[in-house]
Design a protein around this ligand. Structure first.
Ligand code: NDP
Length: 293
């Protein structure tokens, strides 16, 4: 039976460290880290995410400044707000909640964020820095997934990792992170031939697909460590709904040595890493060393 990798507990521990560092910044330097969260439109899931991020930021001693804009906001209006936030010294991190309404050019908006305040790590400068292994902002979900793997496995050197999914926000940055940590990395996607065979040799499986319970326990190498990034809402036999991952948890738990649950696995780490990135951005902008403990 696999060990459950408790993302919630790991995220709580990370938030304790963030709070300690935020208190230190305030007491020693009079600085309160500031995170600006921009939400355009009424998407219910995005509203919940933004509310959670704001609440958890405050709990950690980070000021959260929410900017809620109408669905019909133009590219120009959004770009003007970002330009203001880029200049604002009390704003250390800027997050534009995705997805943006279709009429807005998301790539243009993400490029407009000052790369030193880009706590999501989606700006092309940060994407480039990650790919050359230099100091930038690392996207939150892959960073949180890496932390969970390190907590469970320690050194990742020499492990064969298979990532399923090649999106810019999860799969590709995860590839760069695991490569930096000396894994041998395979990236699978929708055109991969024989996914089952590809996964069979993996010591580490990172599933970021968006297809409920796609990956079966029988596809895994016995003892594999599974990080399930997927969040999918499905209907149950009782007519209610529930959240499941991209991995078929019930069959995987008998084959894997460790697995993240959904919910309560990668999700809590994503938010904790957003706050961690805000802290890193604040320290770098003020040229202050982070506390080590
Ligand atoms: P995308 O839709 O952007 O990417 C999905 C990837 O999966 C694509 O690369 C696609 O391949 C690949 N794919 C789709 N179907 C298959 C298949 N049958 N076999 C193999 N590969 C396939 O999704 P995201 O990366 O944004 O998100 C992935 C999942 O993670 C979603 O469930 C999302 O909700 C969740 N998520 C969770 C977060 C968290 O905090 N826990 C944060 C972000 C996302 P191709 O490129 O060929 O189309």
């Amino acid at each position: 039976m696999a060990k459950i990798i408790e993302g919630k507990r790991c995220a709580s521990n990370l938030k304790i460290k963030i709070t300690r560092q935020a208190n230190y910044l305030q007491e020693k330097h009079g600085i309160i880290p500031g995170l600006a969260v921009v939400l355009v439109g009424q998407d219910p899931a995005s509203q919940v995410y933004v509310r959670n991020k704001g609440k958890q930021a405050k709990e950690c001693g980070i000021t959260s400044i929410e900017h809620k804009l109408d669905t019909n906001t133009s590219d120009q209006e959004l770009l003007e707000l970002i330009a203001k936030l880029n200049q604002d010294p009390v704003v250390n991190g800027i997050l534009v909640q995705l997805p943006l309404p279709n009429h807005i050019d998301s790539a243009k908006v993400l490029k407009a964020i000052d790369s030193t305040k880009d706590v999501d790590g989606f700006h092309p400068v940060n994407v480039g820095l990650l790919s050359i292994g230099d100091k930038g902002m690392i996207p939150c979900t892959p960073l949180g997934s890496l932390m969970l793997l390190q907590e469970h496995l320690g050194d990742l050197s020499g492990k064969h990792a298979v990532i399923i999914g090649r999106s810019n926000i999860v799969g590709k940055p995860m590839f760069n992170l695991l490569l930096q940590h000396n894994c041998t990395v395979t990236v699978a996607h929708s055109r991969t031939c024989n996914l089952e065979y590809t996964i069979q040799s993996a010591d580490i499986v990172v599933a970021a697909v968006g297809v409920p319970q796609l990956i079966k326990g029988s596809w895994l190498k016995p003892g594999a460590v599974v990080i399930d990034v997927g969040i999918n809402r499905i209907k149950t036999a009782l007519g209610t709904t529930k959240l499941v991952g991209d991995v078929d948890f019930d069959s995987a738990i008998d084959i894997a040595s460790a697995i993240t649950p959904v919910p309560g696995g990668v999700g809590p780490m994503t938010i904790a890493c957003l706050l961690y990135n805000t802290l890193i951005a604040t320290c770098r902008q003020h040229q202050i060393e982070m506390l080590t403990t």
